[in-house]
Unconditional design. Structure first.
Length: 265
């Protein structure tokens, strides 16, 4: 990681402010503090509608490394070149690879979308409709379009915590392991604190989708979280999951997808 900025941060839903002035005038955006915490290497935001969509956004594409779109509530419709129109709802997740031509064609008034991108700032180009071509395999870069639907993707055993189960969102496969995203939930009551541990990775974002939980972050103290709260867990930070409500669901995005975990005495 070198001297790259990667600070601990917490964004609380109850203190959140949605602001206009983003890419789309009919939307307001809530910044989750990830861009500042990572020195611009990542950005996470939630958008919601100010008014009914005035029509499609127009076909465009972005030049970036990663773009994850996760629907929190409501319905949205996107158009993706040869993939056609894609309707998504709560819990659905899209990986939009760099350069894919797309537009948003519809969005319900109650729709809220969580978007996580790297880097935090990137160029957008208006263009015509064309098919997406994946990077040449010889480049070593994997960047595929993918859609994970909540209704079709089962929860499976969690590899680290047997009392949890998780739903893979397809991002690791779509990025060749550069990034992972999953939603976890309790399969049984939490037996007790996980114990202090830390992860060896470059990026870890925790977003509470439902319920409540509490982490001990050492020098940062005990942090109580509720639905809509977001944490940038800086690499190597010792932390202990103290408690988690049985209805708690957490969206976790990491880079890379696979990483080491070490208990801290």
């Amino acid at each position: 990681m070198g001297n790259l900025l990667n600070e601990f941060s917490v964004s609380r839903a109850r203190e959140a402010e949605f602001e206009s002035g983003g890419l789309r005038s009919f939307l307001e955006y809530r910044d989750l503090g990830i861009k500042k915490a990572t020195g611009g290497r990542w950005r996470a935001s939630i958008s919601h509608s100010l008014q009914a969509m005035p029509g499609g956004t127009g076909l465009h594409r972005h030049a970036l490394d990663v773009q994850v779109v996760f629907v929190l509530q409501g319905q949205a419709t996107f158009e993706y070149g040869q993939y056609g129109e894609v309707e998504v709802g709560p819990g659905d997740c899209i990986h939009q690879p760099s350069g894919i031509v797309h537009q948003q064609t519809d969005r319900t008034a109650d729709c809220m979308v969580l978007e996580v991108v790297s880097p935090g700032d990137f160029p957008t180009e208006e263009t015509g409709l064309e098919d997406y071509v994946e990077p040449d395999p010889s480049s070593g870069v994997v960047s595929r379009y993918s859609v994970s639907r909540a209704a079709d993707t089962p929860f499976t055993s969690h590899p680290l915590r047997p009392w949890l189960e998780r739903r893979d969102l397809g991002i690791a496969a779509a990025t060749g392991g550069r990034v992972n995203a999953h939603v976890s939930r309790c399969r049984e009551p939490m037996p007790g604190p996980t114990g202090l541990h830390r992860h060896d990775l470059d990026f870890q974002m925790v977003f509470v989708v439902a319920g409540t939980c509490a982490f001990d972050y050492g020098p940062h103290g005990v942090v109580e979280l509720e639905a809509g709260d977001c944490v940038n867990q800086a690499p190597g930070i010792p932390h202990d999951l103290l408690r988690r409500s049985e209805d708690c669901q957490i969206l976790e995005i990491t880079s890379p997808a696979e990483f080491g975990t070490e208990d801290v005495a």
